[in-house]
Ligand binder design. Sequence first.
Ligand code: 13P
Length: 330
Amino acid sequence: MNDLVATARSLFAPGKGLLAADESVHTATARLASYGIGTSAEMRRQYRDLFLGAPGIEKSLSGIILFEETLLQKGNDKKSFPHSLAARGIAPGIKVDGGTEPFSSSPNEFITTGLLGLSERLMEYKKQGAVFTKWRAVIRIEGDQLPTASAIHENAKRLAAYAKEVQAAGLVPILEPEVLLSGKHSRVRARAVIEEVLTTLFAVLEEHSVDRASVILKTAMALSGSESGKKDTPDEVAEDTVAALLGSVPRQVAGIVFLSGGQTPEQATENLAAIAKQARAVHAPWPLTFSYARALQEEALALWQGKEENVAPARAALLARLAKVSAAAS
Ligand code: 13P
């Protein structure tokens, strides 16, 4: 096993998963504002420290995905965030895409930017201590019209180009083609779209000779759209999600992580538990775990409110949720 494969596999240590703490400055600002919390760079640093500095997170977290701003900041312990995580056995990762823009051939869809200058940035991130990276593409479902095959293909090409550069730089790539929850679509439609997106992605990775063994896939679960009026049971989600993955993801990938995508913390926990159970039942070939942002952060943020005196209860809520999500994954 080469070093990259070993690093990728280590993120799937039993009972552990990832925290996505890689909201862009724009998204982090909006998230904090929605809780009535101030939005200065210092508030964002305190926001990151609330999670990254919480004692005991290493019991449930194998890695944390950071945003560039955080990679360069220090925690309250005066150590750089990536070094303080590594010292506790948590692998630091970095989101490297530059966000999305409307796709010129289909302006209601999005295409991810960030390939320009990527290799130079990767060298810098590596120097700062990052060992893995993430690139997010978004896929929108609207009736039978969206997504278009060309948006799926263009996003897959960029994910492949990203993965190739990241592997050449000696870092592990997480590929995240997120099929969005928003919309009126059925769970069956979400399942079909996930399968189509992933089938295209792995075909394009093959054409670009990307080494699959050190690739981590980050995917949404197959869920009815948030405006469909339908609430799926965990067993329904598990059956359709695992079926979509079995139909499209090669057995060689290092593993699959799930995003929470707007589910409540409780839904994201229950659905993950059902998926893990279903994957075991059908002897799915890849390890699975979580890579949640909102489902791990929501409860803690609501308690914190940006106040020093609320750090302890907010961290206790984080640890309680982490314990439940870790149990769900294993
Ligand atoms: P959510 O878990 O909030 O969907 O975020 C995961 C993520 O990394 C989105 O890019």
